[in-house]
Design a protein around this ligand. Structure first.
Ligand code: ATP
Length: 332
């Protein structure tokens, strides 16, 4: 039986994950769900942000569904985010974030794109050191890292019927590092049969608002992708509607784009749609495409028929909303 690890984490993480699991368990998918833990609450209970048992559970699973974690209020300088540790441990080098409003009325602009972000290099190496009154960060852009993220973007674009991949960079300033990325991008795209173009990251931030329809698949480096995908989420229904996947060659971890949102945690108002859409991506990954289509259409129907959480104009609580989605699934 295919095993899937499930981790709620902190803040609204457990709420949106439990709501999503309520639906997945009713779908009788034949998947084995195994609970694991990490994050701040886990640290307070066990003394570890990312216990060894959690890594073992993930190693014995095909994929994981994860909510969110809270960064410790006063992290020691050597604190390494568990999610960054997992991205490195499992070499989850691609972060895939679809940026399309689920219903046209939820979108602020006409954006129908996907962002494929390099997930293990760039600014997020964690290699910071203090030297002569300054803090120096090692930013890594490797040929191998660039090549494999562009290959992944080609796969993602093809699987979504897209025709173009846009490389987003800052090669006008970061001539060697981002210059390498742009060069590898065009070389890798050469025989892909897809159109290739590139754009500077600051111009992209503006164009997502002023000319959103020029984008199909965006491939970019770690920090740029992190920032642009939050912008894109805000343009396509808000953080409560934005799913994502961290994908490697043999394992994938699926998480909503939003964080643990401590301001709304415990209030039963978090929108679980981002996590439900994240679960759809997970189902596709474990070769359950039909189940993914059913779940997505039940979610669309629920929203269209006016059952919504507060962030998108409704009144339903987190679990109540999930129950409404589950009802639509069983009424098919
Ligand atoms: P963290 O430090 O864990 O990243 P954060 O509050 O800084 O948490 P997010 O969790 O991404 O960042 O949330 C930003 C804001 O977006 C929250 O304050 C919340 O109001 C809103 N938000 C995020 N996720 C949801 C959701 N699922 N449903 C409703 N609102 C949400």
């Amino acid at each position: 039986m295919t095993r899937v690890a499930v981790m709620g984490g902190d803040g609204i993480g457990p709420e949106v994950v439990d709501a999503t699991m309520h639906i997945l368990e009713q779908m009788e998918l034949g998947l084995e769900f195994v609970r694991a833990e990490m994050g701040l609450a886990c640290f307070e209970r066990t003394g570890h942000h990312l216990p060894k048992e959690t890594i073992k559970t993930l190693e014995s699973s095909r994929a994981a569904l994860f909510g969110a974690i809270t960064t410790p209020p006063r992290p020691d300088p050597d604190h390494r985010s568990p999610i960054l540790q997992l991205r490195n441990h499992f070499d989850l080098y691609a972060n895939v974030r679809p940026c399309t409003p689920l219903l046209p009325e939820l979108g602020k602009v006409d954006l129908n794109a996907v962002i494929v972000r390099e997930n293990t290099e760039g600014m997020y190496t964690g290699r910071e050191r203090e030297e002569d009154g300054a803090v120096i960060l090692e930013r890594v852009v490797s040929e191998r890292g660039c090549h494999r993220i562009v290959e992944k973007a080609i796969d993602v674009a093809r699987s979504r019927g897209m025709h173009k991949v846009t490389c987003v960079h800052k090669a006008n300033v970061l001539r060697r590092s981002d210059g390498l990325f742009r060069r590898v991008f065009y070389a890798t795209m050469e025989n892909s049969g897809l159109q290739a173009d590139d754009m500077i990251v600051d111009a992209t931030a503006a164009a997502l608002i002023s000319k959103p329809s020029v984008f199909e698949c965006i491939v970019t480096l770690n920090l740029y992708g992190d920032i642009l995908s939050d912008e894109a989420a805000a343009l396509t229904g808000g953080l409560g509607m934005a799913p994502s996947a961290n994908i490697g060659d043999s394992f994938a971890l699926f998480e909503p784009v939003h964080g643990s949102a401590p301001d709304i945690a415990g209030k039963d108002i978090a929108n679980p749609s981002a996590t439900i859409l994240t679960a759809c991506m997970l189902l596709e990954y474990v070769d359950m495409k039909d189940a993914a289509i059913d779940l997505r259409s039940a979610l669309v129907r629920t929203l269209k028929e006016g059952d919504r959480t507060r962030d998108i104009g409704g009144t339903l609580g987190t679990m109540r909303f999930a129950e409404k989605v589950a009802e639509r699934l069983t009424s098919d």
